[in-house]
Design a binder for this molecule. Structure first.
Ligand code: AMP
Length: 397
């Protein structure tokens, strides 16, 4: 997939609008607890600074009710962090397209940066409103999308706005280019053997991705809550583990299809089972063939992690999407942690889908050891499902 690239855009001293994804986690005092998404946007911002561009930055943040200013959803902390990271002044507009934004943007000079207030204070953002798209587009000569994490949403600043720029005046920023290149290479020309480790809570969330991945991979390793729908479909006793009964037939079809395609399909052989979904629950190791009544599997067991290590030993490409257990609770994080440590040391291309899997890898300090960690959970999942993202489509050559 070839995209219009920032590198091919004539940016010199042109006013640029960069759609970023600054939707970072914060604590109860509004302090940014993980600034990865801000740091990921720096190469595009610095490149535009080097080209002498006046720069308008825009992002969403949290889920404020449109039209109501809630201070906890303000992008002020992001402006401060940007200032620290860029070591240059970052002007802050108190609104999105109101008087503050319009005045600051109008007076913006070469090498100056203004960050607009949270796009989602405007009702038109999530509705892809033509009025908001036009107002945002009027701020700049060039549009750059560097917000991979939100490119699966047809929102005004991601989709509608692109209609106001021709192909010479819009492009993907470095982060978006990198994300798309990694997933494109992964899906279209992976170095084999290629294994997909798929976990997380439910089959329903990953069904389309699994179906799209099957013809592309050599091995699938299932973990997390979604494993139990497959196990129950095979007739195993899964106790009170998470299950989607209505998807059991689909689960069987997926396993048949894997078999037909010669794809090795692995399910957990044992689990850490708990009596309740709680960090202080009693736990026991059990086989996945006979999880006792009243017990639920909340992590893969030791035999499974050893088996999965063996299965992954010879692979050259790994895609990991979804935790192996309830990693948020220490008692049920071991399976995910073991897999993370193991693949971090492998001589293979390791691609980690965004969201929870990225969090867990980062939590144990292994983010640098992976080849690539996506900044977008939902967006990367849609790429794995084979979809073209609404924010990416208008930037395709
Ligand atoms: P997803 O958003 O589908 O990738 O799911 C991630 C969530 O799945 C995490 O919050 C995990 O706590 C949860 N999860 C993983 N394993 C299990 C399990 N065995 N039972 C219930 N939830 C699980």
């Amino acid at each position: 997939m070839k995209l219009l690239s920032i590198k091919e855009c004539d940016l010199f001293q042109k006013k640029v609008f960069i759609r970023c994804d600054f939707n970072v986690p914060t604590d109860e005092f509004g302090n940014i607890t993980d600034d990865r998404r801000i740091r990921s946007a720096l190469s595009t911002i610095k490149y535009c600074l080097d080209q002498g561009c006046p720069i308008v930055l825009a992002s969403h943040f949290g889920r404020p009710k449109a039209g109501i200013f809630t201070p906890e959803d303000s992008l002020i902390p992001v402006a401060r962090r940007l200032h620290q990271l860029l070591k240059t002044e970052v002007l802050f507009a108190k609104d999105v397209i109101g008087e503050s934004a319009t005045t600051l943007v109008k007076n913006l000079k070469s090498g100056e940066i203004v960050l607009l207030e949270n796009l989602r204070y405007e009702a038109g953002e999530t509705k892809n409103s033509p009025e908001l798209s036009a107002a945002l587009a009027s701020f700049a000569d060039i549009y750059i999308n560097d917000a991979f994490g939100v490119s699966h949403r047809a929102h005004a600043s991601v989709a509608g706005i692109t209609e106001h720029f021709d192909d010479n005046h819009k492009a993907a920023g470095f982060l978006l280019l990198k994300e798309i290149e990694f997933f494109d290479a992964l899906l279209e020309r992976p170095v084999r053997p290629f294994a997909a480790i798929v976990g997380g809570s439910k089959v329903s969330g990953k069904l389309e991705a699994l179906v799209n991945l099957l013809p592309r991979v050599d091995k699938v390793l299932i973990g997390g809550g979604m494993a139990f729908t497959f196990l129950k479909a095979l007739g195993h006793d899964i106790g009170s583990s998470l299950v989607e009964e209505d998807l059991m037939d689909e689960a069987l079809r997926i396993m048949d299809e894997a078999n037909r395609l010669g794809v090795k399909f692995y399910l957990p052989v044992d689990v850490v089972a708990a009596q309740k979904f709680s960090a202080d629950s009693a736990i026991r190791m059990t086989s996945t063939q006979e999880i006792p009544n009243g017990w639920m599997g909340l992590d893969i067991g030791n035999a499974t992690s050893e088996l999965y290590k063996e299965v992954l030993e010879d692979v050259k490409t790994i895609l990991w999407n979804g935790p192996m257990g309830v990693f948020e609770m220490e008692k049920f994080a071991k399976g995910s942690n073991k897999i993370a440590h193991f693949i971090a040391d492998l001589d293979a291309v390791t691609v980690v889908g965004g969201g929870d899997t990225a969090d867990l890898v980062q939590r144990i300090g292994l983010d640098e050891a992976m080849s690539f960690i996506s900044t977008g959970g939902g967006a990367s999942l849609e790429l794995l499902e084979g979809k073209v993202l609404p924010g990416v489509l208008p930037l395709m050559k």
